[in-house]
Design a binder for this molecule. Structure first.
Ligand code: DQA
Length: 157
């Protein structure tokens, strides 16, 4: 009763933000990050979001300030954020602060299992804000994050 099914129309916008070096997806360390390009991932995100009636805006930058500006823009323009902050995950209090100023759901995605790698990758500033964290599921992690956001924004979670 009152539950929304996957096919129900849902209005909302998800910002899918990717941080430094993720523009090299498919070329950079494919043994860790796989062979799919960022364009492949973004197309898959668009289609996954569409299946829930959600819109996505996919953005990538190597610059911390640009990512912060997009998170600020999301305050007005997005209902949820899916973010892979790349190495800024482990260093950026400024990105954490920006996310703390965003009111909707935030899902943190890492393509690799950061807990299985170097010690410094085990700490995430972003996780202090994230409502969910997906790591080690490859690029499928972005789609799982969209599934989660769809559930959260339809208020039947
Ligand atoms: C990453 C993991 C980070 O430690 C790394 O700096 C990245 C990508 C991932 O998706 O697995 O750039 O966020």
């Amino acid at each position: 009763m009152g539950r929304k099914r996957k096919a129900d129309p849902v209005t909302g916008t998800i910002y899918v933000l990717n941080g430094p070096n993720l523009n090299l997806l498919g070329k950079r360390q494919p043994e860790i990050y796989g062979h799919e390009t960022l364009a492949d991932v973004e197309i898959a995100c668009l289609s996954q979001a569409e299946s829930y009636g959600l819109e996505v805006r996919c953005l990538q930058s190597n610059a911390e300030a640009q990512l912060i500006d997009w998170i600020h823009a999301a305050r007005e323009e997005a209902d949820a954020i899916v973010i892979n902050p790349g190495a800024f995950t482990h260093t950026s209090i400024a990105i954490l602060d920006a996310l703390n100023a965003f009111e909707g759901p935030v899902i943190e995605v890492h393509i690799s299992n950061v807990h299985k790698r170097e010690e410094f990758r085990r700490h995430s500033y972003v996780s202090l804000r994230a409502d969910g964290v997906i790591a080690g599921c490859g690029t499928q992690g972005y789609l799982l994050a969209i599934d989660r956001v769809a559930k959260l924004v339809t208020a039947t979670n």
